[in-house]
Design a protein around this ligand. Structure first.
Ligand code: ATP
Ligand code: MG
Length: 414
């Protein structure tokens, strides 16, 4: 038998309704904020991610699925959604269209990581990118969108952490202070962070190594270094979140460390799914579009990991309603009854009601067992009596309650 590749998973028929629920909710919530869906290719020229994710990130350094295609082009399976959306935004001239462009996506992502709970090699993200506006009110709106989505899928126990990492100008001063401080403690940093000190010191604040965490706990705080404009921007974001009654905590440790990230960064974190607790990460990236060859167009977005959302729902006992459950299962006895069952099923299905009947030539007892297994709400036996009287005995499986229903008023009764 051949099994799935390491770090990938099948979504089985009995579970797919949960995915559909998440996807439907994501689309519905995004649309109420004025967003429309984009679908970009599964693979891009590798350069899109080199420029659009950044050469000093974990993703680009060690996690990308990159290969040469038969034409000798370097191709990469998308490790995240933002770079492809930004590429498409420039590529298709949307950058010259009506702004802000409010875009959402639902996509699979590929990262060569060490698989563990909440960390896969193929996983899925719902994300939004709002492009073209630099007003802090859109930062608050994007955070609000993520918060609304989480609430609508049934998650109430996540914490929102926000921070500002300033702009190109004020960050330079901060980076200097940070390098100076970390340089004094370089011997205590993990090998990866020693390397990061030169290339991307902000990333060190994001390191999960305990020794590094001890050092960074006392590092200079970026909020003490940001310029007046960045500070005003951050104050407005906080004010709007407060007005909208979205609880948040300011956390200087949230950095998202990419060169073109600016100002607002945020994460939604849960204590209920173990080590991989971040379900949503986002931020403003005013330098990204320019990085991909467009004009200087600001943008902000987030991505949620769908697998982590599903884990969180499961671990906190949130039930997703299953719309595939059979409403009425018809148990025919004999060939004539089978025809009647087939006709009644058809009538219900035309009204959008989930109905089913026997395909396995089972006896009545095992038909009931089967109906129970599939979680049918009602069972109706069809035999010669029922055919003669044109009336069904509808049995509610939950409590065994029975009611007589004429064939032609079945739909009203359901
Ligand atoms: P982490 O710190 O957990 O590695 P990240 O910073 O790499 O996360 P992002 O690139 O911000 O994650 O992706 C956004 C979201 O996508 C994450 O918050 C998480 O929910 C999800 N995600 C990221 N990587 C994986 C993965 N390998 N498997 C499953 N979900 C993932
Ligand atoms: Mg990661």
């Amino acid at each position: 038998m051949i099994s799935v590749p390491k770090g990938t998973k099948d979504v089985l028929p009995q579970d797919s309704y949960k995915w559909q629920f998440i996807e439907r909710t994501a689309a519905r919530v995004a649309k109420t904020f004025g967003a429309s869906e984009i679908r970009t290719p599964t693979f891009e020229h590798t350069e899109v991610f080199l420029r659009g994710v950044g050469e000093t990130t974990d993703i680009v350094n060690k996690e990308m699925y990159t290969f040469l295609d038969k034409g000798g082009r370097s191709i990469t399976l998308k490790p995240e959604g933002t770079a492809g959306v930004a590429r498409a935004f420039v590529d298709n001239g949307l950058i010259n269209g009506v702004l802000p462009g409010k875009i959402y996506y639902i996509t699979q992502c590929f990262r060569y990581e060490r698989p563990q709970a909440g960390r896969l090699r193929e996983f899925h993200q719902f994300g939004v990118e709002f492009l073209g506006a630099s007003n802090a009110n859109i930062d608050a709106e994007v955070i609000m969108l993520a918060s609304t989505f989480l609430k609508e899928v049934g998650i109430n126990n996540v914490s929102l952490y926000i921070n500002s990492i300033g702009c190109k100008n004020c960050r330079k001063k901060y980076q200097q202070a940070l390098i100076e401080y970390l340089g004094k403690n370089i011997d205590a940093l993990c090998p990866l962070c020693k390397d990061r000190l030169e290339k991307n010191p902000l990333r060190i604040l994001d390191c999960k190594n305990e020794d590094c965490k001890k050092i960074t706990a006392n590092a200079p705080k970026i909020l003490d270094y940001i310029c007046d404009e960045c500070s005003e921007h951050f104050e407005k974001v906080k004010k709007l979140l407060t007005v909208a009654k979205v609880p948040f905590k300011v956390d200087a440790g949230i950095v998202r460390g990419l060169d073109y990230y600016t100002r607002t960064v945020f994460e939604f974190v849960s204590d209920n799914i173990g080590a991989q607790g971040t379900v949503c990460g986002g931020g403003r990236y005013d330098g990204l579009i320019a990085q991909l060859g467009g004009n200087d167009v600001p943008g902000i977005g987030f991505a949620v990991g769908i697998e982590r959302i599903l884990m969180l729902l499961e671990n906190t006992g949130v039930q997703i309603p299953n719309p595939n459950k059979v409403k009425v299962y018809f148990a025919p006895m004999g060939e004539e009854a089978e025809e009647v069952a087939f006709k009644l099923c058809t009538a219900l299905r035309e009204k959008g009601i989930v109905a089913d009947f026997d395909h396995m030539n089972r006896g009545i007892k095992s038909q009931f067992k089967y109906a129970d297994k599939i979680g049918a709400e009602y069972v109706a036996v069809i035999g010669s009596d029922e055919i003669a009287s044109g009336t069904l005995k509808l049995k509610r499986m939950a409590d065994g309650q029975e009611s007589m229903v004429p064939f032609d008023s079945l739909i009203e009764r359901l």
